[in-house]
Design a binder for this molecule. Structure first.
Ligand code: DOR
Length: 433
């Protein structure tokens, strides 16, 4: 029996390059059938079949966030797997990839299995990124093969950069053997030591120790060199500098398997905002200059930057409500990523909505080899329905995340997920529109 039917005039299936009318029939957790027609009236279905007429809204395969920090295990007061997934679906994401800097770190089969089993019934699907090194300390490789057996889709020491090039090389060689990519948090910690914000005019005026752009550039250069040497795919996380964008552009021209992501905050906000002393602006990599933001936007436009990632990093009010320089790095983003990207990139005239949805569906799926192929018969029924013109204001009281540390609170955005369907179930509906 068909459980759910979604029909609309604007199916945007970037996996299959299909843009047009269509009807999706869903049974259980899967797409039973996809038809390239819009149907305004249905007959022959009983009342147990739910019908969504999406009309002029956009119907896309579910959005994927390639870079999420869940705080379980360890800091469940900030985010649990359940609350993080609720935040994800409220932002239109049906799948998220969780980073390993939990406590304990995701560096063994046990922790991978724990997260996978805890997320079985969560609103969104959770794919796990394992740590390159034990405890993300950069000293000893973690149990990469064991973690692959338990289902990890990539490795990263995100939050920390693997400073020792030999260890990074070994990590890449292991990852290559298991056909998974290495995700690099590119930051030379000798250059960034004790820094809190971008090094430059604003850090000087505020008297705060800076993190220079070169700390990112040298590590992106090193990791591209190691990827060339080992032949392993490399993904650059949260790219933020002009130099790093240029390095990735050149690596792609050379034909290397290098991909990159950018966050909404890095293509929107600059370090000139720091004078507000809003601790939600403290993030790593730091907010950079207007010139860097322009370079990131250009990288998004010309395809150098493959995907948009939230870098959702929840922190408690006790931790963020402190003196500016004492605040931890990170901001939440799952519930604002699509809205900020629609507002800045699509309505801002930088890329089309198709290109944005490519960067939020098929590209992250390709980078991590996730089991998605769009609206095909038998495919997972993970779907996002978007109103591209819906105007809304970011309201902290409405966040599903357990944390509130967003710099976008109070921002007016245009574009939002109205329905999120995960494993065939409607897991989010915006009743306010
Ligand atoms: O701002 C950040 N927050 N950058 C990171 O790399 C880690 C993250 C976190 O876990 O809070």
């Amino acid at each position: 029996m068909t459980d759910l039917i979604i029909t609309g005039n604007h199916i945007v299936d970037c996996y299959n390059d299909y843009y047009g009318p269509g009807t999706i029939y869903i049974t259980g957790e899967h797409i039973e059938k996809f038809d390239k027609t819009f149907i305004s009236k249905f007959t022959g279905f009983n009342q147990n079949t739910k019908i969504i007429n999406a009309g002029e809204l956009i119907v896309s395969p579910g959005l994927i966030d390639i870079h999420t920090h869940l705080r379980e295990p360890g800091r469940e007061d900030e985010e649990t797997i359940t609350s993080g997934c609720e935040a994800a679906v409220a932002g239109g994401f049906t799948a998220i990839c969780c980073m390993p800097n939990t406590n304990p770190t995701i560096d063994s089969q046990e922790v991978v299995r724990f997260i996978r089993s805890r997320s079985t019934h969560a609103a969104a699907r959770v794919f796990v990124i394992g740590a390159i090194t034990k405890g993300i300390k950069g000293e000893q490789l973690s149990e990469i093969g064991d973690m692959v057996d338990a289902g990890i889709v990539g490795i990263s020491d995100d939050g920390n950069c693997v400073m020792n090039a030999e260890i990074m090389r070994n990590g890449m060689e292991y990852a290559g053997m298991f056909h998974i990519p290495v995700i690099s948090h590119a930051e030379d910690k000798n250059l960034s030591k004790n820094g809190k914000v971008n090094e430059g005019y604003n850090s000087t005026v505020l008297g705060i120790k800076g993190i220079p752009y070169i700390a990112e550039d040298v590590m992106v250069a090193r990791d591209i060199a190691l990827s060339r040497f080992t032949g392993t795919s490399l993904h650059i996380a949260h790219i933020s500098t002009r130099g790093a964008v240029e390095l990735v552009r050149n690596a792609k021209r050379e034909g290397l398997e290098i991909t990159a992501e950018a966050t909404p905050h890095h293509f929107t906000l600059t370090d000139s905002l720091l004078k507000t002393f809003n601790t939600n602006l403290i993030v790593n990599p730091p907010l950079r200059t207007k010139d860097d933001v322009e370079a990131v936007r250009e990288g998004i436009r010309d395809g150098t930057i493959d995907c948009i990632a939230s870098d959702h990093a929840p922190h408690s009010p006790e931790e963020k409500d402190v003196e500016f320089i004492a605040a931890p790095f990170g901001m939440i983003g799952l519930e604002t990523s699509l809205g900020v990207a629609m507002t800045e990139l699509v309505h801002g005239g930088i890329i089309s909505i198709k290109d944005l949805l490519k960067k939020m569906t098929v590209k992250p799926a390709e980078i991590l080899n996730l089991p998605y192929n769009g609206f095909r018969n038998g495919a997972p029924a993970d779907i996002t329905i978007i109103d591209p013109d819906y105007q809304w204001v970011v309201d902290a009281d409405k966040f599903k995340s357990k944390s509130r540390n967003s710099p976008f609170i109070g921002h007016k955005l245009k574009g939002k997920a109205l329905y999120t369907i995960s494993r065939g179930r409607i897991v989010y509906y915006d009743a306010e529109r």
